[in-house]
Design a protein around this ligand. Structure first.
Ligand code: MD3
Ligand code: FE
Length: 260
């Protein structure tokens, strides 16, 4: 008979809480502990989800035609996604790009995949070589590809195979002004975005810049799929508030999966 998994010692939870700064949300920490315990017990016992009542399920919110917010969709994998981001950044470091107009962006960026989004005085474009390193961008981890594909499928876009993942890193004070994503060759594919770490106020406007944007809080593990008419909606991120997150520290990370 198989041995049942040892319970995680309360002391180790207590220790991890004590080692973090007091500004950390205790519920957030407990959710992370529970999700790693869930994975561990499921793989060791095959008994199914022992924690189904502890962490809230994914909630779907329809934002517009073909635009869906899946709250907490990647909450369980957030820790490993963040770890993969730090690994990618060791190959292609985060950098503050310059816009064609000559402004330094407050958001730091990097990419993984066959191509990466970049910007300089010459313009915005996708490039197969990281201009900073002169080498290919790091490959897109399988876990990223699967997350993008399953989220897109849930929103009605089966078979989404992104070739680029733009990774944005916000620190308190950073923001992304209202813009459209128009540098891709085709708008028939959706964009899948994954929020990690500190929460942000997302601005979601219409197809013209003058339309007053809706405000939406995006939190760790939230996934949004933008397709159809919403693909060309104006959007942005309001100035990031100060804070500290157990997975990312003083950062918010955002993954956007794209097909050039
Ligand atoms: C709606 N990123 O990288 S993600 C971007 O949180 C970008 O870092 C923001 O806007 C961020 O271009 C927002 C949500 C998002 C991404 C792409 C979209 C919303 C979108 C494309 C079309 C419409
Ligand atoms: Fe965008």
């Amino acid at each position: 008979m198989q041995e049942s998994p040892k319970p995680l010692l309360l002391t180790s939870i207590f220790e991890s809480l004590c080692s973090l700064r007091s500004s950390v949300n205790v519920f957030e920490v407990l959710r992370i502990v529970v999700s790693s315990e869930r994975k561990r017990t499921q793989s060791q016992t095959g008994m199914g989800d022992l924690f189904a009542e502890v962490t809230p399920a994914v909630e779907t919110e329809k934002l517009a035609d073909s635009a869906f917010l899946f709250r907490r969709f990647s909450a369980e994998s957030a820790a490993s996604l963040v770890e993969l981001v730090w690994q990618i950044a060791q190959v292609s470091p985060f950098r503050h790009l310059v816009t064609p107009g000559g402004y330094r962006m407050s958001v730091a960026m990097t990419n993984c995949g066959l191509a990466g989004w970049t910007s300089d005085r010459q313009g915005y474009r996708y490039a197969k070589i990281d201009p900073e390193t002169g080498a290919a961008w790091p490959p897109m981890p399988i876990e990223f590809q699967q997350l993008a594909e399953t989220a897109a499928e849930r929103a009605g876009f089966p078979g989404f195979k992104p070739d680029c993942c733009l990774i944005n890193r916000y620190e308190p004070g950073a923001k992304l002004s209202l813009h459209q994503d128009r540098d891709e060759n085709s708008y028939q594919f959706p964009i899948v975005s994954v929020s990690l770490g500190l929460p942000a106020k997302f601005l979601f406007g219409g197809l013209v810049r003058t339309e007053r944007p809706r405000r939406l809080r995006l939190e760790n593990g939230d996934v949004v799929v933008w397709g159809g008419p919403s693909r060309l909606a104006f959007h942005g991120i309001d100035t990031l508030a100060d804070g500290e997150h157990p997975l990312t520290g003083r950062y918010r990370l955002n993954l956007t999966f794209r097909k050039r």
